[in-house]
Design a binder for this molecule. Structure first.
Ligand code: UDP
Ligand code: MG
Length: 153
């Protein structure tokens, strides 16, 4: 099973959308295996968004991600990286398709509710950035056989 990182951004928390967004991942059938609330810092954001450091909007992005705490979640499931990415929708939320998280709850290219890992390789790197091994909870999901075929588990 794949694991992927979701960050519920400060705007998600402040707008009271945390439950709604988490509920979508739960209902889809993803398994929550780690979660914590933290205040992000410049140091970690410089690494997390290193691919955007030269962009003119980078200072705004960093300030937005520090404006309130975030909620870090690790979701597990079959093809979880792409499933979660598709559920988030387009980065530029004004173009995101209705039915996606961004398409339903956001208008902005910056204030777009969630971060989601964009590949399995980056998911592993990002999860290691925010979680240590003891943050992960190992528990049985008794309904897995109702969610998956044997070769998907
Ligand atoms: N971002 C922005 N303006 C842009 C592109 C991106 O403010 O034109 C912000 C936005 O918050 C986005 C984050 O930078 O979620 C990371 O950008 P990336 O291209 O990695 O998009 P994502 O993977 O979040 O869809
Ligand atoms: Mg990205």
């Amino acid at each position: 099973m794949e694991r992927t990182l979701v960050i519920l951004k400060p705007g998600c928390l402040q707008r009271g959308l945390v439950g709604e967004v988490i509920s979508r991942f739960e209902k889809r059938g993803l398994k929550l295996v780690a979660m914590k609330m933290v205040q992000l810092t410049d140091e970690i954001l410089d690494v997390h968004y290193a691919h955007l450091k030269e962009k003119p909007f980078f200072p705004w992005l960093r300030d937005g991600m520090k404006a309130a705490p975030v909620i870090l979640c690790c979701w597990e499931g079959y093809s979880a990286v792409q499933v979660v990415r598709d559920m988030a929708g387009a980065t530029r939320a004004s173009k995101a398709v209705p039915g996606t998280i961004r398409g339903d709850f956001s208008m902005s290219a910056q204030e777009n509710i969630v971060h989601t890992s964009d590949s399995l390789e980056n998911a592993t790197i990002e999860l290691d950035r925010f979680f240590v091994e003891s943050d992960y909870c190992d528990y049985i999901s008794p309904l897995d056989s109702y969610k998956y075929a044997p070769d998907e588990m």
